[in-house]
Design a protein around this ligand. Structure first.
Ligand SMILES: *[C@@H]1O[C@H](CO)[C@@H](O)[C@H](O)[C@H]1NC(C)=O
Ligand SMILES: *[C@@H]1O[C@H](CO)[C@@H](O)[C@H](O)[C@H]1NC(C)=O
Ligand SMILES: *[C@@H]1O[C@H](CO)[C@@H](O)[C@H](O)[C@H]1NC(C)=O
Length: 181
């Protein structure tokens, strides 16, 4: 089972960005007169998240369990025994989030789709609530000129696929991922 916490990955992105900023543009806080024009044409400014970190509502709106839900059932796994039940509730507050992206001046938002929100059982029957949610999110982003960068899988494999054939350890995963795509 994948155990790298998505939070850590995002943290690493942040640290990498910070150290690059340090090495290229001097000390933090120093006035470097850095503007958008300092970057090459086509450079995309964006922000990123993973579904499990930000959507909340892990057990709601028809979403099926993923390996992270199982992992977090063991007390002590996360600080304060935190779960994905609420998080920052992007499922309901996506408009606020996108509004903030516009305010900050981002061009793009790289988010992930919760596989088990679309296919609660990994394959087969589609959960319409899940599909509708991503439509709402993407439509609102496009209306606000935030380009969607969609990641199909960010560590939150449907538990049922893990149980059936060890998830990513089996070549069968390729076919089910294709059906998600
Ligand atoms: C920023 O721009 C101002 C005005 O052009 C200039 O005086 C200053 O030296 C610049 N600062 C840096 C760190 O380049
Ligand atoms: C997490 O859950 C365990 C088991 O229920 C409990 O012993 C522990 O105190 C909890 N930790 C926190 C920070 O609430
Ligand atoms: C999260 O939701 C599950 C399922 O509804 C529930 O069993 C669990 O107690 C909730 N955890 C917290 C911390 O609210």
């Amino acid at each position: 089972m994948e155990t790298t916490p998505p939070l850590l990955v995002l943290l690493l992105h942040g640290l990498l960005g910070l150290s690059m900023a340090l090495s290229v543009h001097g000390k933090v806080g120093e006035n470097t007169n850095l503007t958008r024009e300092s970057f090459p044409p086509g450079f995309v400014f964006g922000t990123a998240s993973s579904a499990y970190q930000v959507e909340g509502n892990a057990n709601k709106y028809g979403r099926g369990p993923c390996i992270w839900d199982t992992f977090l059932m063991h007390p002590g796994t996360t600080p304060d025994n935190a779960t994905a039940n609420v998080t920052v509730d992007e499922y309901h507050r996506y408009m606020d989030d996108v509004d903030n992206m516009v305010r900050v001046g981002f061009d793009a938002y790289r988010f992930s789709i919760s596989w088990s929100r679309i296919f609660p059982s990994g394959v087969g029957k589609i959960n319409k609530d899940g599909v509708d949610y991503y439509h709402r999110l993407i439509d609102y982003m496009l209306a606000n000129k935030i380009t969607p960068y969609v990641v199909l899988h960010h560590f939150d494999l449907p538990q049922v696929l893990q149980d059936q054939y060890n998830g990513w350890l089996s070549p069968r995963i390729v076919y089910v991922l294709c059906s998600l795509a």
